[in-house]
Design a protein around this ligand. Structure first.
Ligand SMILES: [Zn+2]
Length: 264
């Protein structure tokens, strides 16, 4: 049974700096254990939510912005048992893995020598770790090499948009998902380039129709305007049960999909 634990619903520069909402990404436990987009606080929040970073199999890093990659070094140290064994994988965009233009690779040679696999992915490329299939998805973001992820668990598909603006027919790549995780940075009617608004999320969900949607990467303006209203708008308009990926939210993907919200 696949389980997802959220480690904060924040994103964007000002939310990351202030930590009004956490930026620890989310954690999937299935055939392998995967930590997706570990921004600032990811390591600490994982420990505080009873996850053991020493047992993580793979880090998935969608692009080279600090709210997505910040805790990669300490998580590599965790996966490799303090750099004492060769263990763990890191999958990411070309900007994260190889460095591109203004982004240098965030994985120093020191860390590379103890990892089992360091894999850069382009949209629609697949990688398999111990039977866990992971696909890279297309985005349109200010890191032009950014990717989303589709994770094929034994209990169904989880799709993650990562940071992207809406582009034509982007929904097609999420089809068949049981769970959709959307980075909704901006509230309805307040669009900026390279990010999704609540209304973009509604459009995507109306087409994909997953069993549940989780919105995360909530930016500062959306936080101030009221993320709960935006969540409600998306859910009412799309007809898809929608939650906010606050720290501690857990999704259980057994026969019937269930969830447990964070204790506040
Ligand atoms: Zn970004």
């Amino acid at each position: 049974m696949a389980k997802i634990t959220f480690l904060g619903s924040g994103g964007g520069r000002f939310m990351t700096i202030t930590q009004k909402r956490g930026t620890g990404g989310f954690y999937i436990e299935d055939r392998i254990k995967i930590h997706v987009d570990p921004g600032p606080g990811a390591h600490l929040r994982a420990l505080q939510n009873d996850l053991d970073p020493r047992k993580t199999t793979a880090l998935l890093v969608s692009h080279c912005h600090t709210d997505h990659f910040n805790d990669v070094p300490i998580l590599i140290e965790s996966m490799t048992g303090g750099m004492l064994k060769k263990e763990g994988y890191i999958l990411g965009s070309k900007s994260v893995i190889d460095g591109r233009e203004e982004y240098a690779s965030i994985i120093f040679p020191y860390y590379r020598k103890n990892l089992k696999g360091i894999i850069s992915l382009k949209p629609s490329e697949f990688f398999d770790i111990k039977g866990q299939k992971i696909e890279a998805l297309k985005t349109k973001h200010s890191d032009p090499y950014g990717i989303g992820f589709k994770i094929y668990t034994d209990s169904g598909i989880i799709s993650y948009t990562s940071d992207t603006e809406y582009f034509k027919e982007m929904e097609n790549q999420y089809m068949g998902s049981r769970v959709m995780i959307l980075n909704v940075t901006r509230p309805n009617g307040d669009k900026i380039p390279f990010h999704l608004t609540s209304d973009d999320a509604r459009v995507i969900l109306e087409k994909v129709r997953p069993e549940i949607a989780i919105i995360t990467h909530i930016g500062y303006k959306m936080h101030l305007k009221g993320a709960e209203d935006e969540r409600n708008y998306i859910q009412e308009k799309s007809g898809v049960r929608t939650l906010i990926g606050d720290e501690g939210l857990k999704i259980y993907m057994n026969g019937q999909l269930t969830y447990q919200e964070a204790v506040k």
